[in-house]
Design a protein around this ligand. Structure first.
Ligand SMILES: Nc1ncnc2c1ncn2[C@@H]1O[C@H](COP(=O)(O)OP(=O)(O)OP(=O)(O)O)[C@@H](O)[C@H]1O
Ligand SMILES: [Mg+2]
Length: 290
């Protein structure tokens, strides 16, 4: 129990009415929990300092990801321009025009178009800014890759949280070595994962993440739109959607179909990210028109 909580306990003892006491305790504990998640001190539910996720920057660099303290590489430059409109929509003047503007879903039409690559790079790029906070959520629960790519061992994640009422949100939010970056992994595999992602609890979680942390950008890595219904279900809860398109990989009619699905499901701001192979630069591929 930390000092704040001890002080709370003492003030509760003085309370005359037992019912009021229970109510007060619950609401103040909730508010303490919310505060601790926002302002970093480690609460009883959070991971200890030993659990802070550290990244293997050399390996990430070899895989083409943005590297730590590397703001001049081409990939860092590209993500600077990709993130700008997203951040402006999420935190700038436009946030009042868009519902849940700080919730960003990353999807694609078919597998392997670069969703996870995009989600991680965006998260690192935004969190690298001093005053920005990012929560990266692996919502590709059938084929989770964020843990794999980032070398995270923790098993408890989104699905565990959705499945039961006994795991507090703070237990699944991992701290990382980047102060502004937190991660929620996909958690265990579950045969009803689609239903869990479409559940009221997931809707409540999205709402809570958007409203409780209005200064935080939440990025959801999701499955391909045309393969499962999960991304479509989630998209209706988001403010912004990035549709990653493999320029030389995805047939145009697939892209049109995906756009149609997204247009049907909600009033989101849709961005197309065109992952183009650059013929002038053999072996290199990056992101083009946005
Ligand atoms: N711009 C890029 N530069 C270098 N490598 C990339 C780029 N985009 C994607 N890749 C690589 O391509 C492969 C597929 O990308 P990724 O895993 O991000 O796709 P995905 O859409 O998440 O796939 P899945 O549908 O299987 O989840 C990965 O090895 C990734 O590192
Ligand atoms: Mg992926």
């Amino acid at each position: 129990m930390n000092m704040l909580e001890k002080a709370l306990e003492r003030s509760l003892e003085k309370s005359k009415n037992a019912d009021d006491k229970a109510e007060l305790k619950k609401s103040e504990k909730d508010s303490l929990k919310a505060q601790s998640e926002i302002s970093e001190p480690i609460s009883e539910h959070q991971n200890s300092a030993a659990d802070v996720v550290r990244f293997d920057w050399n390996r990430l660099g070899e895989l083409g990801f943005i590297k730590k303290d590397d703001s001049h590489s081409r990939i860092a430059e590209e993500y600077r321009s990709i993130k700008r409109p997203l951040v402006t929509n999420a935190l700038g003047a436009r946030k009042f025009d868009i519902n849940n503007a700080n919730l960003i879903l990353v999807t694609s039409s078919i597998p392997g178009e670069g969703k996870t690559f995009t989600s991680i790079n965006l998260a690192i790029s935004i969190a690298a800014e001093m005053d920005k906070k990012v929560l990266l959520v692996d919502a590709d629960v059938a084929k989770p890759s964020i843990s794999k790519v980032l070398g995270i061992k923790t098993k408890v994640g989104l699905i565990d949280f959705l499945e039961t009422d006994s795991i507090p949100l703070s237990d699944i939010i991992l701290q990382t070595e980047i102060p502004g970056l937190r991660i929620i992994t996909a958690g265990k595999s579950h045969k009803f994962s689609t239903e869990l992602l479409a559940s009221n609890k997931m809707i409540a979680l999205s709402k809570e993440l958007s409203e409780r942390y209005p200064d935080r950008i939440v990025i959801f890595d999701t499955p391909p739109l045309l393969a499962t219904t999960q991304a479509e279900v989630l998209a209706s809860q988001m403010g912004q959607v990035i549709l990653v398109v493999g320029a030389e990989l995805t047939p145009q009619n697939y892209v049109m179909e995906s756009v149609k699905k997204l247009q049907n499901c909600s009033d989101v701001v849709l961005a197309l990210l065109n992952k183009a192979q650059r013929s002038l630069n053999p072996g290199y591929y990056g992101y083009g028109q946005y």
